[in-house]
Write a protein that binds this ligand. Structure first.
Ligand SMILES: [Zn+2]
Length: 317
């Protein structure tokens, strides 16, 4: 078995939208999907500009061109006036029209900017796709050359734009080479594949041990859906018991995964059983079966354990 690697991930910058991670090199016109300081294509450091800034400048130019076009038309109208009254009329009319157009453009600027931005993104989609492809090629090389940490950090960036099963599989392949620790910025929900995947379940097993709080609805649904496949896994029962144990974090989960918890009740660790005992005694009427079976299990295994003392009415005193 290959020795696991102890790694520290580089912090990934947070953004509200994926597009905020796109930088355009003004020197060679290449996009970068990673928020880095240097263009990967030409190496320039000073010409990388966030895409919103590029699109904003594009939108401004478009607005200015429209005003310029209107200005030319109005000038033509003024020049073509043949009498003094019509000249005065067309000058006043042009000033008013231009003023209205200018103020309308100012008022609609925000809306127009967002429309222009969407158009700009659409127009640039080919170049952005190329940036993604280039990144995926680099990742393939990193993985082949045995640099899972570099590959994973790049995959993390790619997945902001593209998070399909092949990307998830590559990420999991990297993550399964690391020693996982609770202080690491780990992910789980974002890795849930669309079908049963042995490597994902293996990763889930380790995450359940070090960072149970990452197990949420999506993972619980996955565990329930692929329960039979997971049971065939080497540590299947332990994995499902840990997942069921994680569901005891909140009442809503116990309500939603009641049968699943009942099924793996007897495999829960002492710490999780203690949590369940406290929870079940609070909702004993609502969860009659869960309460009864938890109490029976505690009586059988921990009747003299002081940690469980006084939790049940007919407790183990
Ligand atoms: Zn460049």
């Amino acid at each position: 078995m290959k020795k696991k690697l102890a790694v520290h991930f580089t912090d990934s910058k947070k953004t509200n939208y994926a597009y905020e991670r796109l930088l355009l090199c003004q020197h060679c016109g290449t996009y970068s999907i990673r928020m880095q300081d240097e263009c990967e294509e030409c190496g320039k450091t000073s010409r990388l500009t966030p895409i919103q800034q590029v699109a904003h400048a594009w939108s401004q130019r478009k607005g200015q061109s429209s005003l310029l076009f209107l200005g030319i038309l109005l000038c033509l109208a003024i020049i073509s006036a043949q009498t003094l009254p019509s000249l005065i009329g067309s000058i006043i009319g042009s000033i008013v029209l231009f003023g209205v157009a200018f103020s309308l453009q100012k008022q609609l600027a925000r809306y127009e900017r967002s429309v222009h931005f969407r158009r700009f993104l659409y127009a640039e989609r080919g170049k952005i796709r190329l940036a993604l492809m280039r990144e995926l090629d680099e990742i393939a090389v990193d993985m082949k050359e045995g640099n899972p940490k570099t590959a994973y950090e790049k995959l993390r960036e790619v997945s902001h734009f593209l998070n399909n099963d092949p990307i998830k599989r590559r990420k999991i392949a990297c993550l399964n080479q690391f020693v996982l620790r609770s202080d690491m910025e780990l992910e789980l929900d974002t890795l849930v594949p669309s079908s049963y995947d042995y490597q994902f379940v293996e990763y889930l097993r380790k995450v359940a041990q070090v960072k149970r709080s990452l197990i949420k609805k999506k993972v619980l649904d996955y565990a329930v859906a692929y329960k039979n496949e997971i049971l065939r896994h080497e540590n299947g029962t332990e994995i499902l018991a840990n997942v069921a144990g994680a569901a005891l974090r909140m009442k809503a989960y116990v309500d939603d995964y009641y049968e699943f918890i009942l099924e793996f009740l007897e495999y829960l660790s002492k710490e999780r059983l203690l949590r369940l005992a406290k929870l079940a005694s609070t909702y004993r009427t609502e969860w009659a079966e869960l309460y009864a079976r938890t109490e029976a299990l505690v009586q059988a295994r921990y009747s003299f354990d002081p940690d469980f003392k006084g939790i049940f009415q007919r407790g183990s005193a």
